[in-house]
Design a protein around this ligand. Structure first.
Ligand code: PMP
Ligand code: GLN
Length: 383
């Protein structure tokens, strides 16, 4: 996890956001919105601070938030989750993921199967836990896994199958037959499914399907989500994980020594957010879908090949037609060249597979319309 000179290697997000700050370029790299979320949620955080919610909250999270998460899973997905035993609140999805891997992995004989490209913290968390990482590639244009390859990768050594749906960075939403095969393999090999669903309310084609709702899944699935994307509050770092009580107890055992507890004034605010009516949730995904369309049209006009996303913050584009066959070099030059920051897909891929993704770039669409319009007008000079 350290760079070769022993310094802390910055994440790709820190590096690209620093490039944006240095050059004044528009930052379509790191995925964070440039507008605040719902006013009721912001107001609830202010009120919580004013009302003294400023000390350690309970270790599992405040009872109101646990109840709101349970209600949310029932309301949107029909999932029954016991708020007292089957949920804990974490410092974002990131801590939920890391604590889960630290809790469930015994050592290098335990394997974690992930789809590649993957969100960067997955490989780091697996390394911290001492697990052996096995990857299954997702290939353009639909970024669905090959089911034979998946079946060949999951074995009795697999402790965890870690999925992310909707998927960062590709924008894919897994087909039902993919989810069903993951559940089948997990049961066959007695593996635990860990599912990162932080973009659950940002699926464009159809409502999100949590893998935990499939037959045979719930008893071996830990579902992770976060308020960051749903409520445009990525800096608040309120996440959660729910699943069978024994697994949640194991995750809590680790979480209590990582951060102990987190975000006391934000917990009541997210409680308010999770109880907003359907129009809020529908409006957020519709607005983001329109932004993807604007960005995609602009990228196409500039000469990129665009892969329309099915969910999440990001659009993937093929830069080969505009001279970006080496997308990493292309992205490094882009801030100075046209004033836009974006991230090459190779940043989300293990060393061995970099060549397969070398022309692809991830652009964040979660920005104000006028910012996206300015970005695509800058990119137009490439065409
Ligand atoms: N998982 C995925 C797929 C993400 O894109 C992100 C990004 N922010 C996270 C986890 C981290 O979520 P949080 O900020 O809640 O830790
Ligand atoms: N999830 C966001 C992204 O993929 C931000 C992640 C981060 O800054 N660690 O861009």
């Amino acid at each position: 996890l350290l760079s070769s000179d022993g310094a802390v290697a910055p994440t790709i997000f820190a590096e690209m956001s620093a490039a944006a700050a240095r050059t004044g370029a528009i930052n379509l790299g790191q995925g964070f919105p440039d507008e605040d979320g719902p006013a009721e949620v912001l107001e609830a955080a202010r009120a919580a601070i004013a009302n003294g919610a400023n000390q350690y909250p309970p270790g599992r999270g405040i009872p109101d938030l646990l109840a709101a998460i349970s209600e949310h899973q029932q309301r949107f997905y029909g999932l029954q989750v016991d708020p007292e035993r089957e949920i804990i609140v974490t410092a974002g999805a990131t801590e939920a993921l890391t604590a889960t891997l630290l809790a469930l992995i015994d050592g290098p004989d335990d394997e974690v199967v992930v789809f590649e490209p993957y969100y960067d913290s997955y490989a780091a968390a697996a390394a911290l836990a001492g697990a052996t990482l096995r990857t299954v590639p997702l290939r353009a244009p639909d970024f669905q896994p090959d089911l034979d390859q998946l079946a060949a990768t999951v074995t009795d050594r697999t402790r965890i199958i870690l999925i992310n749906d909707p998927h960062n960075p590709t924008g894919a939403v897994f087909r039902t037959e993919v989810l069903a095969e993951i559940v089948r393999l997990a049961n066959q090999h007695d593996a635990i499914i860990v599912t990162d669903e932080v973009y659950e309310h940002l699926a464009f084609r159809a409502p999100h399907t949590p893998i935990a709702t499939l037959p045979g899944a719930a008893a071996r699935t830990l579902t992770i989500s976060s308020a960051g994307k749903t409520f445009s509050a990525t800096g608040w770092k309120i996440g959660w994980v729910h699943g069978p009580a024994d697994l949640i107890t194991a995750v809590l055992t680790i979480k209590q020594y990582l951060t102990y507890v987190n975000g006391s004034p934000f917990q009541p605010a997210i409680t308010v957010g999770l109880r907003l009516d359907d129009s809020f949730f529908d409006g957020a995904s519709a607005a983001l879908a329109r932004k993807h369309e604007l960005l995609g049209a602009g990228l196409r006009a500039a000469g990129f090949g665009v892969i329309a996303p099915e969910g999440g913050y990001f659009t993937v584009a093929d830069a080969t037609p505009v001279g970006g066959a080496d997308a990493a070099a292309f992205c490094r030059a882009l801030p100075d060249r046209v004033g836009v920051v974006a991230i090459p897909l190779t940043a989300f891929v293990s060393e061995a597979r970099r060549d397969e993704y070398s022309g692809l770039i991830r652009f964040a669409a979660c920005k104000r319309v006028e910012v996206l319009e300015e970005a695509v007008s800058r990119l137009a000079v490439l065409g």
